[in-house]
Design a protein around this ligand. Sequence first.
Ligand code: GLN
Length: 484
Amino acid sequence: MHDLSLHAIRDALARREFSSAEITAHFLARIARLNPALNAYITVDPEAALAAARRADELRARGEGGPLCGVPIAHKDIFCTNGMRTSCGSRMLDSFVPPYDATVVERLAAAGCVTLGKTNMDEFAMGSSNETSYYGPVRNPWDLERVPGGSSGGSAAAVAARLAPVATATDTGGSIRQPAALCGLTGLKPTYGRVSRHGMIAFASSLDQGGPMARSAADAALLLNHMAGFDARDSTSIDTAVPDYGAELDADLRGLRIGLPREYFGEGLNPGTERVVRAGLAELERLGATLHEISLPHSPLSVPAYYVIAPAECSTNLSRYDGVRYGYRCRDPLDLQDMYARSRAEAFGDEVKRRILVGTYALSAGYYDAYYRKAQKIRRLIAEDFRAAFREVDVIASPASPSPAFRFGEKSADPITMYLEDIYTIAANLAGVPALSMPGGLIDGLPVGIQLIGNHLQEARLLNVAHRFQQATDWHLRQPAGIA
Ligand code: GLN
């Protein structure tokens, strides 16, 4: 049952081959057995999940219920869930039980989804390895000694180990695509504003975007259908109709122009990763696409610009955690100042503190022009690079991450090395354009992701290219050997 795709589960439920209570219980049993080794979930509430599944079965029996009625899914622990702890991977929110659902959670529940639990993540989504979680690192199902990527590492590990058919995730600088790449999945970061941020705990508001984590492009499309859409409660939400992302999956690729940015195939790229990506591109050529070298000249500036803008926004967003309104409060504060200082010192981890310090510095009077305003100018140039590129090509392809999954501790001692993990993913967030990662092959038994970037609102195009690739190859069907 756990090998079934999201589509297959939906259809089997509709045909009454099994009930939601049965498949939900099946996934809960797998989580109980395998999660202690993987640490993919932070919170699982079997009773609530089974109760929701039984309700879904009742609705179906009455001929009611949404299009995904009774389908179990997992939510990244950054999405607020009414009545269920939402920690964001932080000690700060270890006891936070939201009184409302994020829009994404609300929409998926309205479609009929049953929440299995909340997945582990880097603290406040800051990281590329899941090593910054207060709840401990997630292990990569392909090799338990290696990281699953981050920050949506719990969602990626849960789907790769088949502890959930699909999961929600978020991407501020690569946190859907990089863990999807390292765990052999299809993960899509939609256009900024396509998926509501309401109830999605803020890291860097101008970059954060929710999206689907799935085992195939077809499943990612189906999940996105029920995540995307205008939301008046998010002031940056895009007010245009949501297409059926499944409708164009089979469209022919003949004549598709794929751009290869020369800046993404140079120094720093693992030769094995490059071979896998080139082989994938050759496959897309066989499917009728043509390859064109392009330039995104400001690419080398994307990581430095991101590491000014993201920390600046995070320092502002995280100022709300003051020990007063919600979250952690230190014991026996001497006075108000002591309470602020100690609550934050005790509840935030090192990476979060580092970002708050960098961000506060970059925004302070006297440095604002030198850092923040400069970074915003670079951001504009990067967006213009994409605008120019998309006049010549339909889609841009690149590696998703410079190398396959690395070992625990390998990069965590040096923040800069870790920050370079997102060298190919960050520009799409700065420009607000959609991008996905799909499995392109294996190196020494570890998955390698190919990234596809599209112009604004071209999610359906990206899913189409990935789906056609997955019809012609079987990399997305490979499974981690040690997980039965
Ligand atoms: N790894 C990047 C960071 O640490 C991106 C994280 C994300 O996309 N949430 O900021």
